[in-house]
Design a protein around this ligand. Sequence first.
Ligand code: GTP
Length: 346
Amino acid sequence: MRGTDLQALEDGRRVLLVVLLTTLGVATLLIFGVLSYAYDRYLLAVFLLTAGGIGILNLLVLFYSHNYSRAAVVMAFVTAAVSGLLVSTGGVDGTGILWVYPMMTVAIFTAGFRPASYILALFSCAILYILYWPENPLLQYEYSASVRTRFVVSFFCLGIITLAVEFVHSHSQSKVAELHSEVQHTAQTDALTQLPNRRYVSERVILGGAFAPVYQGGCVVLADVDHFKSINDRYGHDVGDVVLKSVAQFLASETRCEDLVVRWGGEEFLLVLPKINLAMAERRMDHVRRYLADMDVICHGARIRVTLSFGVTEISGSAPANGVLKRADQNLYLAKAAGRNRIVAS
Ligand SMILES: Nc1nc2c(ncn2[C@@H]2O[C@H](COP(=O)(O)OP(=O)(O)OP(=O)(O)O)[C@@H](O)[C@H]2O)c(=O)[nH]1
């Protein structure tokens, strides 16, 4: 699983949370809206039914846009507005303020740390204004001074704790995603040449047994250093490593940015070239082959002549990747058998 996949999983959880809580919230708002209307509390009824309507609209927009962050922030604002109304009217016998705790906690968790901080700050100012501004027409219920103070202090404590938990959660979540993509990158990269490795190909390039659509209609090349064992034997393994690194850099510099150069294993490299036909791929590889054969790799004062043999084949449509790679390998074998430092394409 990639770092981005982890993020997608976390986003998926939040979407589910937003959908569930919005549905629950909308149902509650509509029920209380209808009840308020039945008890002739028209202002409250209009407010609750409007908030419920916004919730339904928000759900519809979420289904079409898949923008859960916006939906969560809209829902958090609606929740804060309804909570403010409960503080202002007192709900039933002044118990409306009790609903503020769960509602605002949920709003903070779904909106995420930064938007939740702003919403909480705004909401705090609003309830301080409602509860403490003298002669305030917005305050329709008479709370005792001790209830007001205890509510404000306990709400601030809960708000700060919830924000802190959300901060730690989102921070550790992004750290895990970061570490995950670092591990993923290391696992898919060859340590010596820093090229993508075989695992990268099997996880990112071959999907469901075929080359990814972007590569279909392109070509695959297997390139193998000729007589590499004798380079190792003559100059030592360290020099062999330098030669492999030089060949890797050379291949990467001689290909287009959309081409993929992979260390396939040992002294063998895989090139996946999108949007190119067999004849053009053969011509380009021949240019690469000649260019390399004409220059020497210089290491510890030694000038080492390095040549490559190539097996080239086409990726026709969504043909099985194994078959394509096998054909390229057979062509490479033919190039070696025919004397090396050459290309076989078919
Ligand atoms: N220095 C170094 N050598 C490696 C590495 N990986 C594989 N080799 C060596 O590459 C050599 C490959 O030898 P062979 O498979 O006989 O191929 P070759 O000598 O290139 O002969 P042909 O491919 O037939 O031209 C072996 O000696 C391996 O030990 C590596 O990472 N570093």
